[in-house]
Ligand binder design. Sequence first.
Ligand SMILES: *[C@@H]1O[C@H](CO)[C@@H](O)[C@H](O)[C@H]1NC(C)=O
Length: 307
Amino acid sequence: MSMDNCSRRIILSALLVIMLAIGDSCARELRGMPLNLVEDVPNDLQEHHNHDSRRIHNKYEHPHDDALQKNAHDHSQMDHMEAADNIFFTLSDLKIGKTIPIYFSHKDPANSPHLLSREEANSIPFSFAQLPYLLEFFSFSEESPQAKAMEYTLRTCEAKPLRGETKVCATSLESMLDFARATFGQDTGLKVLSTNHPTKFTTGINNYTISEDPKEILSQKKIGCHVMPYPYVVYYCHSQESGNRLFEIPLRGENGEEVQAAGICHMDTSQWRPDSKAFRVMKIKPGTAPVCHFFPTDNLVWVPLTA
Ligand SMILES: *[C@@H]1O[C@H](CO)[C@@H](O)[C@H](O)[C@H]1NC(C)=O
């Protein structure tokens, strides 16, 4: 219990430190910066893509391939793609003692995009119509993987939400909080969950055993925020009223590392694309069983403080 609160405090302090640290950084520094593409196209996004964006999604299903190949010294792309499948679990797995092979992707913070203040973010256009200008601004050529990733992100951000879904692409922590307040109400205290993984221990797939009873966070509303591939930090945040069960899952790795994982079960998958990765990996058909997955370490889940 105290561990949970402690981790949360650490996350919130870390966010604050980051906010302060970037306060006087200059957007111009971003030009020409290596674009650290997301390792996993956010799982929810894959499923939630509506018809407008399906074409784009299929075309850029792995916008990070080229970036990966560049630093593919330690693992091949194939290994990575297989590894990234290891994020799923089933509701019946959620028992003390259950061992699950899981891949928690790691990004080198030194090589990751910056988080901008709202002022800085607002000084840069964020729209698909402005893509040519943006490519020039960031010094990316039209055919570069970075350009494709930016196109993917801008089009995903501009796609219509699903029925019953609200979403925003937040280009700063301030706008992420605005969305959270609009969702939960101005006066509702908020807490944020994420997967805490001691990155120094492991990479790749590892066996983790559930070490304590998973705790369900009972909140009708939740906001999931995923980092999108972009030259600075963009969170794709979305909220759906129902149909999801959120869990905090204490895990222990084989070498004793403790991970406080956040995981979600999507109870109704009948609207998902039939070719979604989740169905392939879990060997089920749309709508026949819940799909549960662990959150990557850079995702944030907002819920009311009272949940
Ligand atoms: C996890 O455990 C299974 C079963 O004992 C074993 O076959 C597999 O190699 C282990 N995986 C890793 C990454 O250690």
